[in-house]
Write a protein that binds this ligand. Sequence first.
Ligand code: GTR
Length: 326
Amino acid sequence: MFHLPRMAAAAVVASTLMVSAASAQTVLRSSDTHPDGYPTVEAVKRFGELLSDKTDGRYSVEVFHSAQLGQEADTIEQTQFGVIDLNRISIGAFGTQVPAATVTQLPYIFRSTEHFHNVLDGPIGDEILAAFEAVDVIALAYYDGGARSFYNSQKPINTLADMEGMKFRVMGSDVFVDMVAALGGNATPMPYGEVYSGIQTGVIDGAENNYPSFDTAGHAEVAQYYSLNEHLMVPEVLVVSKIVWDGMTPEDQAAMREAAKESVTYQRELWAAKEVESKAAVEALGVTINEVDKAPFIEAMKPVYEKYVTDPMLQDLVARIQATEG
Ligand code: GTR
């Protein structure tokens, strides 16, 4: 008579232990639009390993690459709602939601990779990361995304006159629409995953991106002209949903920030190598690459700055970025 309940109680205790052991390990789902092996995907995997080590396995990360969780704009919303835990995303995909971060979308705001790193690795970078909390994500670290240039299926772009009437896909931010208009072209915001067929079917003439994206998304197969006007250096950012963040202990939050910062060095190494590799890959596909005199392009961006840098806070931020060395 006494045996049965005892056995049942033991079974209950055993299963409770298993449940609590299992629930102590949280697997965070992270989104990335790029394919497996891409520098950002590999850096987030490394971040996950570091996070797991630092939290004694309480947290780990599974990266869903190749836009498995959706196109960037949709995944941002899902991250804000806590459906997706982590997201590695271009700041450009946030549009103008985060005013301080919008300055990093200004054409030619960064003069070089060194300038880009000096700004983002210092207090200005931290200030911009902190601004994301207002849109319900916590920004943890920046990754490199290189310089973006125009590419198209028609002809090399040498001068502003060559931009006249050409249709280019841009990321979903008004800044980029105005940027292309100020250069004389027409901009069409469109998800990254639709660019290949957009160029192939002639809906757009081309797009703009860095070598690794141009290469790995296959765009170089359909757009054979890549013109090095290097109008943008938009930071990539790793964010965690505020809902996830608020459920973590301060120690685990600190571990997460540390792991993210530590993964940056690794991403930068991978990025530098990938830029060289992708340039060679697109050349092998027969892409014509031309140098561009950037001065007229830089000059043409004045109206974009005038439109977006009106607030004194943003004016100060832009001035500080411009005054940073590099
Ligand atoms: C890439 C960036 C992606 C995505 C893409 C785009 O350079 O890494 O996150 O934003 O550009 O143009 O949509």
